[in-house]
Design a protein around this ligand. Structure first.
Ligand SMILES: CC[C@H](C(=O)O)C(=O)SCCNC(=O)CCNC(=O)[C@H](O)C(C)(C)COP(=O)(O)OP(=O)(O)OC[C@H]1O[C@@H](n2cnc3c(N)ncnc32)[C@H](O)[C@@H]1OP(=O)(O)O
Ligand SMILES: [Co+2]
Length: 134
């Protein structure tokens, strides 16, 4: 069911500094900041030969990143995103297997303009999983 690793997301306390670090110290291909108000984040995508890094910064008071940064003030790996062919079929399979799908279970459109869903970290070894339909 899960396919390619689409991205690894890192929550950062300073988006500009983290972007500059990847661009200058790590010599990476760093994109521009992208506000995603529907998700409460500003993201920066870093394109690697085999996947992407998604830098996450809180956008708005209700951002889910605030809680994460309060617990991890220096930042940290926030989630991993796997690709799936059929998000609704994947969701229904996971629910049938007892996994918790976050939110109301309806996919939202993610940063790549594709439908995404999230699975509770406590069901997957402490790892927040995002599924993106490609
Ligand atoms: C533009 C979209 C973009 C894209 O790629 O397209 C994105 O990826 S948007 C990313 C931001 N959106 C989300 O993260 C949505 C899903 N997240 C949530 O629903 C919440 O953040 C949730 C439920 C994972 C955590 O909510 P909250 O922080 O309010 O709850 P708690 O603090 O009580 O946490 C419960 C429990 O889970 C642990 N936790 C929280 N976040 C993470 C995490 N990222 N990875 C691993 N574990 C996490 C937290 O420490 C608590 O554990 P406990 O042992 O009880 O302390
Ligand atoms: Co993501």
């Amino acid at each position: 069911m899960i396919g390619r690793l689409n991205h690894v997301a890192i929550a950062v306390p300073d988006l500009e500094a983290a972007s500059a670090q990847y661009r200058t110290m790590l010599g990476a291909d760093v994109g521009p900041p992208q506000d995603e108000p529907d998700h409460g984040v500003t993201v920066v995508f870093i394109t690697l030969p085999n996947t992407k890094i998604e830098l996450l910064y809180p956008l708005g008071a209700g951002s889910p990143i605030h809680g994460f940064l309060a617990k991890n003030p220096a930042g940290g790996i926030h989630h991993i995103c796997y690709e799936v062919d059929d998000l609704l079929a994947a969701r229904d399979h996971l629910l049938a297997e007892g996994a918790r799908v976050l939110g109301d279970g309806a996919p939202k459109i993610g940063a790549h303009g594709k439908p995404v869903l999230f699975l509770h970290p406590k069901d997957f070894n402490g790892c927040l999983i995002e599924l993106e339909q490609v």
